[in-house]
Every structure is written in C-alpha cells, then in structure tokens.
Design a protein around this ligand. Structure first.
Ligand code: NAP
Length: 258
C-alpha cells in the first residue's frame, strides 16, 4: 500500500534503537525524510547510515537528551515537521512506597511533559499547513497498569489525557494525534525488564523470556518492525479519520473486550 507520505519530513525522537528505530525505518520505507534523535551519537549515526542506504531518504541526526530543554531545542531547530513521533526511555521499575517526589517529577518530565512540549512546538506549523500527524509512543500500562511500573503508569496517563483533549481541537485542521501502546516487544527495554526478573528469581534469561511469552496469547514478543509499520500507517494519508485513539499492540496480552 502506498502510504501517500513520500517527501514529508518527520521528527522521530529516541530512535537509534528499539521501537523508535522501528518507526524511523517504516517511515523511511514510505519515503519520509527524517530527523532522528538519541543520546548516544555512535548508535544514532550507525542507524542513520543504514536507513539512508536502505531507503534513499535524507536523514539528519541530532544527538541529545530529548527530555532536556536543550535537547528539544536542538531537534526542533531542524523543523518544520509534517510528522512527529514522540518517544523517550521509560521510567525504572520499583515499588509504590519507594518513589519520591523527585522520582515522579523525573518521570513526568520524560514521559508526559516532554511529548507535550514537542507537540506544542510543532502543532502550530502543522495547523498552518493544514496537514500533520503526531504519534506518541506510550505503553500498555495506560490500559492495564503494570504494578512495578507505577512511574510509567502515572506519567503516561497524564499524557493520554492531554492527547484526548488536544487531538479533538486540531483534527479540524487536518492534524491527527494518536498514541501507540506497546506491550512487550523484543528490544533492549524488554531485555532490561527480563534481566530484573532473572536477578530477582535466579532463573535463566531463556526461562524468563519463555515465561513472559507464555502470558501473551500470540505466544511471542512483538517486533520493532511490526510496531513501526503501525506507526507509519497512523502517519499515512489513509489515517486522517483516526483521531485521539490509543492503539494497543500487545499480542492480546491485555484481557479485555474493548
Ligand atoms: P529501547 O530499546 O531501550 O530504545 C530506546 C531508544 O531511545 C534508544 O534509541 C535510546 O538511545 C533512546 N533514548 C532513550 N532515552 C532517551 C532520551 N532521554 N533522549 C533521547 N533518546 C533517548 O526502548 P524501547 O523498547 O524501544 O522503548 C521505547 C519506549 O516504549 C519506552 O518509553 C518504553 O518504556 C516503552 N515501552 C516499551 C515496551 C517494550 O516491550 N519494549 C513496552 C511498553 C512500553 P540512547 O540510550 O542512546 O539515548
């Protein structure tokens, strides 16, 4: 299917690896020029080299922390953008009783206020053009809380509320905002979560992965490529009537009718 977005420009945050990388790849495959970001310059450059070679699109790299004001200013200097994919590392796991105010502020900054600041920066330009697509990478924890990820549950719920209201205010200008909610995907983040299980229970990594996979009706972890393809569709011309939705990609793991 032709996604109809060849020649558009996208900012894909936190995209040297994992789900952000999957989104960057799929957008590049659709002919979209990219501004890619991550903190580590080496992996970011390596990703850009591969994407340029594979898809013949323009890729600008901006190394920096997207959760900092300076990091955001550095990527936004490369605008305007037709497409924005927000993403950042997730907060660490822990126990509800242990998190301090500072821990919450850090999580809110990274996973709620950063995507909001990025949307506030790019939406006016999209509205003026009469076309834009925003996809926020959030988490399954928005639909079904993950007890050890209380910081994520909290921050992402706040972002989801902002998107629910804002998406309806910009839809009439040809701009859509939607959220993608990953369940377990085979990325470094999943390895880190499984590593914590290995440490806590003294089991092997293979057993930790097999145990978790067995809780997913699909029987496996998702892939960054599948995730990226869904993101690219939400950014496509065909998705103009999809507004303010929370699209769950979890292999059926969340046991709910809706
Ligand atoms: P990942 O494989 O660890 O990749 C994270 C990417 O983001 C890397 O490119 C990393 O590069 C970059 N990054 C992290 N923090 C950044 C920052 N502050 N500024 C700029 N770039 C940053 O993680 P992932 O699995 O793709 O997860 C992406 C998001 O989805 C996270 O918020 C995660 O919590 C959420 N999520 C993931 C899963 C899953 O199963 N994978 C499930 C639910 C939710 P640098 O380290 O070099 O900056």
């Amino acid at each position: 299917m032709d996604l109809g977005i060849r020649g558009k420009r996208a900012l894909v945050c936190a995209s040297s690896k994992g789900l952000g990388r999957g989104c960057a790849e799929a957008l590049a495959e659709a002919g979209v020029d990219l501004v890619m970001n991550a903190r580590g310059a080496e992996a970011l450059e390596a990703a850009a080299v591969e994407i340029r070679a594979r898809h013949q699109v323009n890729v600008v790299t901006v190394a920096g922390d997207i959760t900092s004001e300076a990091g955001r200013a550095a990527v936004l200097a490369h605008g305007p953008f037709d497409i924005l994919v927000t993403n950042a590392g997730g907060p660490p796991p822990g126990l509800w009783s242990d998190w301090s105010r500072e821990d919450f502020i850090k999580a809110l900054d990274a996973n709620m206020l950063t995507p909001i600041a990025l949307m506030q920066a790019v939406l006016p330009g999209m509205i003026t053009k009469g076309w834009g697509r925003v996809v926020n990478i959030t988490s399954v924890s928005v639909k079904a809380p993950v007890p050890v990820l209380g910081l994520s549950n909290s921050a992402r719920a706040g972002l989801t509320g902002f998107v629910a209201g804002t998406s309806r205010q910009v839809a009439g200008k040809g701009v859509t905002i939607n959220n993608l909610l990953p369940g377990i995907h085979a990325t470094d983040r999943a390895i880190a979560l499984d590593g914590a299980v290995v440490k806590a229970r003294g089991i092997s990594m293979e057993d930790a992965i097999a145990e978790r996979a067995a809780t997913i009706p699909a029987g496996r972890y998702g892939t960054a490529a599948e995730f990226g393809a869904t993101c690219a569709f939400l950014c496509s011309q065909h998705a103009g009537f999809i507004v303010g939705q929370n699209v769950l990609l979890d292999g059926g793991a969340t046991n709910a009718t809706l």
